[in-house]
Design a binder for this molecule. Structure first.
Ligand code: GAL
Ligand code: ZN
Length: 653
């Protein structure tokens, strides 16, 4: 059985007389699946061991009568008041030692044994109760794992778990001292018991210690998920397990989480949760997380929450203009969604999210959002049914690394330098050129990509260096850039080579000096045209590399800024700065010309064109993220697009 469209539904927020009305309206609209239950622990277990699933059973039956099936979420993102009152120690502690309170959500520590025992009791009962219910088809563990936990949890239980993790990794405390460089500022530890979580200090922190903490936090979330997934799998081996992920959010490594899932899901709120800017200018930031989530398991994903109206908590975003909700849903499909579940069915009358609107307004009377989403389901359902399982065949990949991201967050160098923003300079330029991309990880296979863009390869392990060499050796076009090959995997600067350490031969150059561009940009000159570089300037002494662009200002004016060096059957580019959009566009033209990339369309930058294919059929998606009519010239002909409009063209390949 496959599902096309769904909604997130909270029957416990509404009188039971309404449920049948909702279910009927859902079916008429084209909905065949709902996700429920992920925040209602207090209802299903009001007192320890006293389970009341009667209401949820009834809601599931009411939906089933209209042919609608369910995904159930385990409610561990919101432990009830009675648990918190009995075991206040499960409330999380931030880096300043402050314990956070009940009253919102995510008020939980994921390592705490007492909390885990509560979860085990609930999830076991929940799984056993629904394992044989034919109308429950899948599970979601918790909700957006990692959300709100960025500065959590530094409690004694997490600290103890961190020590165990370190013991497993290093074996002896002497090894930890060596790898963390604890000789600096007298940080040597005599035993693992002296090592703390990296809580707030008077001044500074050890970057190696911080990097391991972030790795540990990701492992902790994986372990927290696994504990629940194991119970669910044992009770209901035929049901799927997925998780509603959050794009580039980095608390947990989604590629590793994927090893526990049947497929990934993602929550998609275009415009970054609160749509402040109604223009289509953020399309790159809307699209990239979709490509990223698809890449984590290298298969199509589900959207578990697709924006269906105005978003808002205390402050509201703008209302989506007519056509926008459908366009956004199409964007999710175009990048790889097989099923789209809209958040939420009806705007909630109470609680924090009263203004995070649903398909239906508070009144329940269908309006513009309902009409638009219903028409979308009706018109696009047949296409979606055919396309399920189809994947893009992209020639370019961008390397996204959790470790590099962590290391750059620990030491951003420049106040405005962020790993993901930096990756996006490439992604956005490729998108403007209509060259679609995949993301890949260090461990994935890169060989099918013509071009691999590997920005900010700050931590350069021997294994990574070898893999980068092999990629170019075998004919790949590799793009490396600033802050490459600075440190080893322990976040200690490499000292037995010059920059870019371990890849100098590959790049055909040495970085002899660098300049952190605080409060200034630097000019870049390429073929007589002037552009701008930001954040950073590597001063480059080329040997085998040819110079493509030079700095045009500062004392290093006239020296190389962007180079290319042949290596094996392929080549490596090196970019010593963060490129401005115009410079990134120029660089993408270089790649198109020399690496033989074929753009999917000729069209304005705010017209997005991507594709998916399977079984000899290709679907080309052209989407107009503006309020004016546009045209996309493609190999399948010229495609006319109305304001906020889209077209899907099916061709044989
Ligand atoms: C998501 C979350 C939902 C809901 C929504 C609107 O992040 O998974 O439970 O909170 O945002 O705020
Ligand atoms: Zn904790």
């Amino acid at each position: 059985m496959s599902y096309l469209f769904g909604v997130d539904y909270y029957p416990e927020h509404w009188p039971r007389e309404r449920w049948a009305v909702d279910a009927k309206m859902m079916r008429e609209m084209g909905i065949s699946i709902v996700r429920m239950a992920e925040f209602s622990w207090a209802k299903w277990e009001p007192r320890e061991g006293e389970f009341h699933f009667e209401d949820l059973d009834e809601a599931i039956d009411v939906l089933a009568r209209e042919g609608i099936r369910c995904i159930l979420g385990t409610p561990s993102a919101a432990p009830p008041a009675w648990i918190i009152r009995r075991n206040p120690e499960i409330q999380p502690v931030d880096s300043t030692g402050r314990r956070l309170s009940f009253g919102g959500r995510h008020h939980d520590c994921q390592s705490n044994a007492v909390y885990r025992a509560h979860i085990r009791r609930f999830v076991t009962a929940f799984a056993q109760h629904y394992a044989k219910n034919p109308n429950v088809v899948g599970w979601q563990v918790d909700n957006e794992l990692g959300n709100s936990h960025d500065d959590l949890c530094f409690c004694p239980s997490c600290e103890a778990a961190f020590r165990t993790w370190l013991k497993n990794k290093y074996g002896t405390v002497g090894e930890l001292n060596r790898r963390w460089g604890t000789a600096f500022w007298s940080q040597d530890y005599a035993s693992f018991d002296e090592v703390e979580a990296p809580k707030a200090t008077v001044c500074g922190h050890n970057p190696s210690h911080q990097l391991d903490w972030r790795r540990f936090c990701s492992d902790l979330v994986l372990d927290f998920h696994k504990m629940q997934a194991d119970i669910l799998r044992a009770a209901a081996p035929d049901m799927f397990i997925t998780h509603n992920e959050m794009g580039f959010s980095d608390k947990v490594d989604y590629r590793r989480l994927g090893q526990q899932l049947d497929f990934a899901s993602h929550d998609q709120y275009p415009g970054g949760h609160f749509l402040a800017d109604q223009s289509g200018r953020h399309i790159d930031w809307d699209a990239a997380p979709l490509d990223f989530i698809r890449s984590t398991m290298q298969r199509p994903y589900w959207i578990m929450e697709q924006q269906s109206a105005i978003t808002g908590w205390e402050i509201l975003g703008r209302t989506p203009q007519p056509g926008r909700l459908a366009l956004w849903a199409m964007q999710s499909i175009a990048h790889g969604a097989d099923t789209v579940i809209f958040f939420r069915w009806r705007s909630c009358v109470m609680g924090t999210e009263q203004y995070w609107h649903g398909i239906l307004p508070h009144s329940g009377v269908p309006g513009r959002y309902y009409q638009e989403i219903a028409a979308f389901m009706r018109e696009q359902g047949p296409m979606l049914a055919k396309i399920q399982g189809a994947m893009p065949k992209n020639d370019v990949a961008i390397l996204f690394s959790y470790d590099q991201n962590y290391a750059m967050r620990i030491q951003p160098h420049h106040l405005d330098l962020r790993y993901t923003d930096h990756l996006m300079t490439y992604y956005s330029a490729l998108m403007r050129a209509h060259v679609p991309v995949d993301f890949v990880g260090e461990e994935q296979d890169w060989s099918r990509y013509r071009v691999l863009i590997a920005p900010l390869q700050f931590l350069m392990t021997p294994e990574l260096a070898a893999k980068l060499h092999a990629y170019a050796q075998n004919g790949g076009t590799l793009v490396l850039d600033m802050r490459c090959g600075v440190k080893d995997g322990d976040n200690i600067a490499i000292s037995d080579d010059e920059l870019p350490c371990r890849v100098r031969d590959l790049c055909g150059l040495t970085v002899t000096e660098y300049d952190c561009l605080r409060d200034i940009d630097v000019d870049i000159v390429w073929d007589g045209e002037r552009y701008v570089g930001r954040m950073w300037a590597d001063l480059i002494a080329p040997d085998a590399a040819e110079t493509l662009a030079v700095y045009g200002s500062e004392f290093y004016a006239g020296t190389p800024a962007i180079t290319r060096s042949a290596y094996g059957e392929g080549c490596a580019y090196y970019i010593g700065t963060q490129m401005s959009p115009a410079l990134a566009d120029r660089f993408v033209r270089e790649l198109i010309g020399r690496a033989g990339l074929v753009p999917l369309a000729e069209a304005d930058a705010d017209v997005e064109v991507v594709s998916r294919e399977k079984d000899g059929v290709r679907w080309l998606f052209a989407m107009n993220h503006t309020g004016e009519a546009k045209t996309a010239k493609t190999a399948a002909g010229d495609i006319a697009l109305g304001p906020w409009g889209f077209e899907v063209i099916e061709t044989k390949i």
